[in-house]
Design a protein around this ligand. Structure first.
Ligand code: GLN
Length: 189
């Protein structure tokens, strides 16, 4: 039975596992992904918030990055929140930073300014009737995107959620709220 994977090399992966349990997923259907064997056992993956430079180095060093890229080419659904969206992006603005390069977007890191460490506010998401509470922590934004990318949310005219087929990226952290609608939606991808 395939499980739901959460990349667990660094960052707030435990919060995603807790959110899936709140969404009604049995703990035995969840798996922390650290090595290729874990990835082989899952049929979808969440890349959580954290530090994109650290996680990029770890993914390259242990070959897990290539394995994730291969699974993504095969159509595995992947959702990146905050750092996870940076990891999925094809391009990072103003930096030569390694990423998985799967989502046809350019991201700008820490895009709300160094003085704005974190904030939360209501964010509309295309397809959801009611807004979600967007928790932004040194959050990235999407500054450019290809024609295959569907913009799901903007906040103050900045793109903060996108979907490209089986890939989902959000600047904010739904796992830090009690609202599980996005976790439930991702399970339908
Ligand atoms: N600023 C972090 C980065 O660039 C992302 C922050 C987060 O995931 N909360 O990696």
């Amino acid at each position: 039975m395939p499980q739901i994977g959460v990349l667990a090399v660094q960052g707030d992966f435990e919060k995603h596992l807790e959110a899936f349990v709140r969404a009604g997923v049995a703990p035995s259907d969840l798996r922390e992904v650290r090595v290729q064997e874990d990835l082989d056992a899952v049929d979808r993956l969440v890349i959580p918030g954290g530090e994109s430079t650290t996680v990029g180095l770890l993914l390259q060093r242990f070959g897990l990055g290539e394995a994730i890229q291969a699974r993504a080419q095969d159509g595995m659904p992947i959702w990146g929140t905050c750092m996870g969206m940076i990891m999925l992006a094809n391009r990072v603005e103003g930096r030569d930073q390694w990423t998985l390069g799967l989502l046809d977007i350019t991201v700008k890191r820490n895009a709300f300014g160094a003085q704005v460490h974190s904030f939360e506010d209501a964010v509309e998401v295309k397809g959801l009737d009611e807004p979600v509470m967007g928790v932004f922590i040194r959050a990235p934004i999407v500054t450019a995107y290809g024609s295959g990318v569907d913009v799901l949310s903007t906040y103050e005219d900045k793109v903060v959620a996108v979907r490209q087929g089986h890939l989902l990226g959000t600047s904010f952290h739904p796992e830090l709220t009690t609202d599980t609608r996005l976790h439930e939606w991702f399970l339908t991808f």
